[in-house]
Design a protein around this ligand. Structure first.
Ligand SMILES: [Fe+2]
Ligand SMILES: [Fe+2]
Length: 359
């Protein structure tokens, strides 16, 4: 494939990959802290307080430490990885680390810039969790001598400004889809332990319960402010749902070996994740994407092909490569627009919001 241009063989490659913004790589965000400060959670106070008690209880405080078997297991399994699989695994570690650290930075910045006690306390707990997640992934990169300097990443990464409501839609979805991705992998490897080709996957269940709870927090904020879920905002929700689902599909199909090594087929895995995520988002979103519409799967496949051809153009370089890239990027945008108009399903919101991670 197009590995030649993306290969991670040095600590500089890893750092460059983390800091580079592409359409499909995790970003860093800043927002309007004054508006964030004004958010009220009074309408959901009882559910909110129960959730804050869970954060305070911190049932994962001792989870993100390697046990005695970790290093030995990592070493024993290393020889079983092909060079291609190793590259995909490193790519997975760098993009996951960037995404965990992106949450850590954003939540910390919000915490520092608001006095609203509810929001401040929430952000402190979530930043605590994301910092542990990022550190845990970084120690796996350090095994390969590819640890990323997080202070440097924080300083050198470009920040995208998002209004608070976009932060809520996008971050809610990324937390919940993060949960769905990790739990689907954990269940698969629970069933087929011989496919667990790295020890880090043993940590995924308790890890993704943190992400699930982070998603719950944003669900409660949106339910407390129902204007975020009405009128023209429904179009934004539709946009973010599609953007998050399509990004995942395209990314997973650029590193198929990672899923195959776990005995998962990328398309089937992604649809399992969409299904879990659709079920969860019924707690807050007035609409759901119709993932069973025949045009949905067909267009995701087209989108993925457009992105692969645009990448080939980029790798080829020169005038011809540039034209090829431009053409396939435009074709991809047209497919995305077509997908946006696939009719959505409407959803009646439940009386209470909170869910338990039962998948
Ligand atoms: Fe996380
Ligand atoms: Fe999270």
């Amino acid at each position: 494939m197009h590995h030649a241009t993306h290969e991670i063989t040095s600590v500089e490659d890893a750092a460059r990959k983390a800091v580079t913004d592409t359409l499909f790589a995790p970003r860093f965000y800043k927002t309007d802290y004054v508006a964030m400060n004004a958010i009220s959670v009074e309408p959901v106070r009882a559910e909110w307080d129960a959730m804050m008690a869970e954060y305070e209880g911190d049932n994962n405080h001792d989870h993100f430490q390697r046990d005695a078997g970790f290093a030995a297991e990592a070493l024993a399994l290393s020889s079983k990885m092909s060079p291609e699989l190793k590259q995909e695994f490193l790519d997975f570690l760098v993009s996951s680390l960037t995404s965990e650290f992106s949450g850590c930075v954003l939540y910390n910045e919000i915490k520092r810039n608001v006095d609203n006690p509810d929001i401040k306390q929430l952000m402190e707990y979530m930043a605590r969790d994301e910092s542990r997640h990022a550190g845990f992934i970084n120690s796996s990169l350090k095994d390969y001598g590819l640890g990323i300097d997080l202070g440097n990443l924080k300083r050198s990464k470009h920040y995208t400004y998002f209004k608070p409501k976009y932060i809520f839609y996008a971050t809610y979805l990324s937390e919940k889809i993060g949960y769905a991705r990790y739990i689907r992998i954990f269940r698969q490897l629970e069933q087929y332990p011989d496919k667990r080709f790295r020890p880090i996957f043993r940590w995924f269940q308790r890890w993704c319960n943190d992400e699930f709870r982070h998603g719950e927090s944003f669900a409660l904020i949106m339910r407390a402010n129902p204007q975020l879920l009405r009128g023209p905002n429904r179009l934004w929700i539709r946009f973010f749902l599609l953007a998050v689902y399509a990004t995942m599909y395209v990314r997973d199909h650029t590193r198929p070996q990672l899923k195959q090594a776990m005995g998962l087929e990328p398309t089937a895995y992604d649809f399992d994740v969409f299904r879990i995520c659709n079920e969860i988002t019924r707690q807050v979103f007035p609409i759901l994407l119709d993932i069973d519409h025949p045009a949905f799967a067909a267009n995701l496949e087209r989108l993925s092909a457009c992105v692969a051809r645009a990448d080939q153009g980029k790798a080829q370089g020169g005038l011809l490569g540039g034209l090829k890239r431009g053409f396939w990027n435009a074709a991809g945008a047209a497919v995305f627009a077509r997908m946006y108009f696939i009719p959505v399903l409407s959803n009646r919101l439940p009386a209470t919001t909170r869910l338990q991670p039962r998948w």
